[in-house]
Ligand binder design. Structure first.
Ligand code: NAI
Length: 478
């Protein structure tokens, strides 16, 4: 706490460097800046206490300062232990008007390279607004903040937190431990928070999957907006964002020549499509694995060979997982890879690559080449290179997606927060209406010199549309 602003970041002195980057990012984020211009005077988020758990990058800094400009009280953490940009975190704490000695910004609890214990410690700080209050809105990415509230409520109802079992993942043990501490300190904390929550807006595919599961079981405790499935999110960020940040991560991590190499992309959804295009653009030979016949056929039609992982396990130079699934590359498969094959994941969680199994291989030796780049040497002498310990490598080894595409994602986030704060929603999962999706796209056209055609009245009538849209039915797939 300095000057009344709480924080836990790497180094507040990085704020000036962060502020320069934020200034440049603002120019590249026309959607967010337009929303500031449209809404700041009205302060529509006044009274909102927003807890954000989303990669603490430069782009997220612009999102945070947009929410603040609209009147919200905000606290922020990263949703991944490696994704924070320390200079952005520092700049947000200091704020545009503050100084390092007298910060005047937003509380942030995030630094690059947190331990898992620190990660959950940071996440708990989201629930500590002034005067013992909790948040009334969440911006989530992957659903960890939402998970904590739901688990917290369950355990508070039971009056106890179960002991971890042998099978529990290390991360889940830490969640249990964190909630045990919370239950002792304040046995009704999450029950109170859940009762006061207006809702959550969720950024990514994996978090959205969790929300629909809760809603299906009738266990969702507050309304949710699925931001991921705005067209101007998943068809842009997941695809064009990865097209940019995947090779950025590969280059910064290893600087290996990509042209001519055999790259194996596991999953051909939105992220997989962007990953494949990114690698193809560098002249890599790309093959794809899929379980969904539609996506497999899409890959084939895009000219990519669809293989089973085992067919290419000893030939691939680069393996990238993009599925959001589990056990996609097993330790036993990594043992059969070529010397210095590169293995990286851009799906949300680290269980796509069996890191736990890799660590258990008898005689394996792990050497840190540099932070977030590890050489794993098998007893037979050959090695593989694993990026970001199997966590999102486009954020761990690089700085994630660029500003322009994140402006589109985050404009959806701001609109979703406004909807949740001002509207009356049931405890279900919603997507933003088409006219808002089209609005987000529209806000990004001028910056790219796009000259949009306008329907004539006759054309609109012929198509059964309004001149001002929406232009597509809900079932249209883009
Ligand atoms: P998606 O559902 O469009 O694509 C995933 C694809 O993987 C699907 O086509 C599915 O059939 C396939 N798949 C599932 N299991 C498989 C298996 N065992 N083998 C081969 N293919 C398999 O999801 P999307 O939007 O592409 O997201 C994927 C993951 O990436 C999610 O975890 C999401 O949260 C994350 N994500 C990461 C970003 C980043 O910056 N790194 C950005 C956006 C999303």
């Amino acid at each position: 706490n300095r000057n009344g602003v709480e924080f836990a970041v790497r180094d507040l002195d990085l704020a000036a460097a962060g502020r320069h980057q934020i200034r440049l990012a603002e120019h590249e984020m026309p959607g967010l800046m337009a929303l500031r211009r449209e809404f700041a005077a009205k302060q529509p988020l006044r009274g909102a206490r927003i807890a954000g758990s989303l990669h603490m990058t430069v782009q997220t800094a612009v999102l945070i300062e947009t929410l603040v400009a609209l009147g919200a009280d905000v606290r922020w953490v990263s949703c991944n232990i490696f994704s924070t940009q320390d200079e952005a975190a520092a700049a947000v704490v200091v704020g545009p008007e503050g100084t390092v000695d007298a910060p005047a910004g937003t509380p942030v609890f995030a630094w690059k390279g947190e331990t898992l214990e620190e990660y959950w410690w940071c996440t708990m700080r989201l629930f500590e607004f002034a005067d013992g209050q909790g948040p009334n809105l969440i911006v989530d990415d992957g659903g960890d903040a939402t998970l904590l509230v739901h688990k917290g409520v369950d355990f508070e109802a039971a009056g106890t937190v179960p002991a971890a079992t042998e099978d529990d993942h290390e991360e889940y043990r830490l969640i249990l431990e964190t909630l045990r501490g919370s239950l002792t300190a304040d046995p009704q904390r999450f029950t109170r928070i859940a009762a006061g929550m207006r809702g959550v807006s969720e950024e990514t595919t994996t978090g959205v999957t969790r929300l629909y599961e809760l809603a299906r079981g009738g266990r969702l405790l507050f309304p949710a907006i699925n931001v991921n499935d705005s067209v101007t999110k998943s068809k842009f960020d997941n695809k064009y964002g990865i097209r940019h940040s995947l090779i950025d991560g590969l280059n910064r991590a290893t600087d290996v020549m990509l042209g001519g190499k055999l790259a194996v992309v596991c999953g051909y959804g939105d992220v997989g499509k962007g990953a494949a295009e990114s690698l193809r653009g560098q002249g890599a030979r790309v093959v794809v694995t899929e379980i969904d016949p539609i996506c497999a056929l899409q890959a084939a039609m895009d000219g990519l060979q669809v293989v089973e992982l085992d067919d290419v396990i000893d030939q691939g130079d680069i393996f990238i997982t993009t599925t959001g699934g589990v056990d996609i590359i097993l330790a036993e498969q990594m043992a059969r890879m070529k010397h210095n094959a590169i293995v990286g994941n851009v799906g949300h969680f680290d269980n796509e690559i069996d890191m736990a199994g890799l660590a258990r291989v008898p005689g394996i030796v792990k050497t840190e080449v540099k932070p977030q780049v590890h050489e794993w040497q098998f007893p037979d002498g050959h090695s593989i290179l694993v990026l970001s310990e199997g966590r999102l490598m486009n954020l761990g080894n690089a700085t994630g997606h660029p500003s322009f595409v994140m402006s589109s994602s985050f404009a959806n986030q701001v609109l979703a927060q406004l909807e949740l704060w001002q509207g009356e929603y049931a405890n279900e999962v919603f997507t933003l209406p088409k006219h808002l999706d089209e609005k987000v796209a529209r806000l990004h056209l001028d910056a790219l010199g796009v000259r949009l055609s306008t329907l004539s009245k006759k054309q609109a009538e012929y198509l059964g549309l309004h001149v001002e849209g929406p232009y597509k039915p809900e079932h249209y797939r883009y």
